[in-house]
Structure formats: structure tokens, C-alpha cells
Design a protein around this ligand. Structure first.
Ligand code: PSU
Ligand code: MN
Length: 286
């Protein structure tokens, strides 16, 4: 049921990459380019990328560029609970962070890179929406490099829940969690690290005592400090139009990309690629 590419199987250092952001995080066509750029960045870090998704009745670990091209806006979004149905029904399925972590556990991969982790939605409990990413991260021995959590979430509530779940939140050369587009401004991290080696050493120690996943927050290289008012407008617009559930993230991202004149799009791409590069270095160190 799981097809691992030859290159990934033979590699000593592997970084998993998700496909939801490829299919749903960027305008049509652009996500694939971001996915390929992330793979190149993992290689720059010295590791082998394993982009993960469901195709033709299989979970694929290490999609080819051609296969990645099939992950368009019509792909199903797969959290951990959705993978089995997508495989059985032979759907094209794009894994979220949580879905990708579930595959990492099955395939023995211990490092992953993404843009932003899912978490607690603003206004909780209306809607009562908490991403399955959190439970998956808490229960999987994988280190995830991101620029914090998705920009449209309640960041303080999400970090409280990560603490409750026992997930270390490491700041890569920062004392506070990056706010996705903005390099700083989130809650304090549980520990600051100065290097990929230090993050890897903490992960090893955490796993030795039976711990689960860890989050490494890497600030974007170019901080975009005026995104917050736009995010609030996008969420208000989504609510007014009755956009709900899984449709919210693609709606908000498209709104931001349009209203910022493409600045959030470029920032989103660059931060994902930077996170993939750091994840590559962590994987090599591990
Ligand atoms: N952050 C982004 N774009 C995205 C996502 C996160 O900037 O597309 C995706 C990731 O795949 C993440 C998922 O795992 O959103 C979380 O979705 P949900 O809240 O429905 O669990
Ligand atoms: Mn959600």
C-alpha cells in the first residue's frame, strides 16, 4: 500500500514534504513549482526529499515531478483520518501536515518541513475547529520545521495546546515563535536553538525519553509586518460569504495573495523553501 521511491529507500537522511500546500496553498500551477523548489532546498541541505501523497490506490513516499503535477485544486485534502479512504477509492489525495506525519510514522521518516502548522482557529469554540495536525504531531516522533502556525489561526491558543500535548516548540535563532509572514511577535518558545545540530540533539534526547513530535519555528528571512490587518479582513469576508471548514484556508490565502499584490505569495513560497533547507540540515545531523 505504501510505495517508497528507490532514492528515498536508499537515503540515510530524508525530509518529508506535504502535498496539501502544493494543491491548495497556492494559485493553480504555482504550488507545484513551490514543491519542486522545496525539494531542491532539501537537497541543498544535504538530504533527500520525500514528497508524500496518495495516487492510484497507493501512498507514495517520494513523488516524481510528473506525479507532483497531478496535485491540483481538485485533489482531496487528507488529514490522518482520510488516507485510508483515499487509497481505497483511488482518489488523488494531498496530505496535510497531520496526514504526512501519519505516513512518516509508517515509513520511518523523522524530519518534515512545511510552511505553517495547523492549530486552533480564531474564535474557538465557534467554530470548534482544531487541526488534526496537533494530535498527529504529539503522537509521532518527527521534528517539523515551520514558520510557526498558519497565519489565520489563534497563535497563543495553539501554543498553549502544544504545551498541553507535550510538544517542544524550539525557536531557530529566536526567542519567540514566528507569526508565519512576520518573523517575530508570537508567544515565547520553549527553548531557543542556534543551529540544526542543536535542534537534532534535542530531538534525539526527546525521543530517548519516549517523547513524540517537536516543532522548530524558523522566522522568515524577509519579515512581512503588515499582514495582520489583511488577515482579519479576509476572515471577515470568509464569514460573510459563509465559507467554512476546509475551504477557509484556500479562501484566505487567495484573498491575501490578491490584496497584498502578491507579496504574501512570495513570502509564503520563500519561507517554505527556507524551512525545507533547514530541515535538510537537521536530517543530516540526525
Ligand atoms: N499553511 C499554509 N497553507 C496550507 C496549510 C498550512 O500556509 O495550505 C495546510 C497544511 O497542509 C496544514 C493544513 O497541515 O493546512 C491544516 O489544515 P486544517 O486546519 O484543515 O487541519
Ligand atoms: Mn481546521
Amino acid at each position: 500500500m505504501i510505495r517508497v521511491s528507490d532514492e528515498v529507500r536508499d537515503a540515510s537522511s530524508v525530509v518529508a514534504l506535504e502535498t496539501t500546500l502544493v494543491a491548495h496553498g497556492f494559485p493553480p500551477g504555482e504550488g507545484v513549482e513551490v514543491g519542486l523548489a522545496s525539494e531542491a532546498a532539501v537537497r541543498q541541505g544535504g538530504a533527500v526529499p520525500a514528497t508524500i501523497g496518495v495516487l492510484d490506490g497507493e501512498i507514495v513516499v517520494g513523488l516524481t515531478a510528473e506525479e507532483l503535477g497531478r496535485f491540483g485544486a481538485d485533489a482531496r485534502k487528507l488529514g490522518p483520518r482520510d488516507i485510508a479512504a483515499a487509497v481505497t477509492q483511488r482518489a488523488v489525495g494531498a496530505t496535510t501536515v497531520g496526514g504526512t506525519l501519519a505516513v512518516c510514522r509508517a515509513a520511518g521518516i523523522t524530519v518534515m518541513a512545511t510552511g505553517g502548522l495547523g492549530g486552533v482557529h480564531r474564535g474557538w469554540p465557534t467554530p470548534p475547529d482544531v487541526s488534526a495536525d496537533l494530535q498527529a504531531l504529539a503522537s509521532t516522533q518527527v521534528l517539523v520545521v515551520s514558520s510557526g502556525v498558519k497565519s489565520l489561526l489563534d497563535v497563543p491558543a495553539t501554543t498553549e495546546l502544544l504545551e498541553t500535548l507535550g510538544v517542544p516548540v524550539l525557536g531557530y535563532r529566536t526567542d519567540d515563535l514566528p507569526l508565519f509572514y512576520a518573523a517575530h511577535g508570537g508567544p515565547p518558545v520553549s527553548a531557543r536553538v542556534e543551529s540544526a545540530d542543536e535542534a537534532a540533539a534535542i530531538a534525539r534526547a526527546h525521543w530517548k525519553i519516549g517523547g513524540g513530535g517537536l516543532l522548530v519555528g524558523r522566522p522568515p528571512d524577509d519579515s512581512l509586518d503588515d499582514a495582520e490587518p489583511l488577515i482579519e479582513r479576509a476572515l471577515a469576508e470568509a464569514a460573510a460569504l459563509g465559507v467554512r471548514g476546509q475551504a477557509v484556508t484556500p479562501f484566505v490565502l487567495a484573498y491575501l495573495h490578491r490584496e497584498s499584490g502578491g507579496r504574501t505569495l512570495a513570502a509564503n513560497r520563500d519561507l517554505i523553501v527556507g524551512n525545507a533547507r533547514l530541515a535538510g540540515a537537521v536530517a543530516v545531523s540526525l
